[in-house]
Design a protein around this ligand. Structure first.
Ligand SMILES: [Zn+2]
Length: 114
């Protein structure tokens, strides 16, 4: 394979690996409502103790949820699950006032001409 270094278009790794929330490879639908909630919070980088506080549950319950989430989404570590959370934020977050959702949902944002 030849590599171009002329500033050409970089191939999208999400498309190549299938790691795109649109393809459902993470099987987010297999998560319970609570697990989705934990996964959403996990994407903010919080530790177990803080997650437990936010959710009003015991720290070991948080650990159990995360272990389930990691398994169900086909990941190996909580860090990987946190990345899934960040990438799938649009799917997990249902807050209308959220500013992280892509405008229009077309998946491709066009920079507005200045
Ligand atoms: Zn959001």
């Amino acid at each position: 394979m030849t590599k171009r270094s002329d500033g050409g278009v970089a191939p999208c790794p999400y498309l190549r690996t299938g790691h795109d929330p649109g393809f459902g490879v993470w099987r987010l639908e297999s998560l319970t409502d609570r697990e989705r909630e934990v996964l959403l919070l996990l994407g903010t980088g919080l530790g177990n103790r803080e997650l437990a506080r936010r959710l009003g549950i015991a720290e070991r319950t948080v650990k159990a949820h995360i272990a389930n989430i990691v398994g169900k989404t086909g990941q190996e570590t909580r860090t990987q699950a946190a990345i899934v959370s960040a990438l799938a934020h649009d799917v997990l977050c249902s807050d209308d006032s959220c500013t992280r959702h892509l405008a229009g949902g077309s998946g491709r944002r066009r920079p507005t001409a200045a």
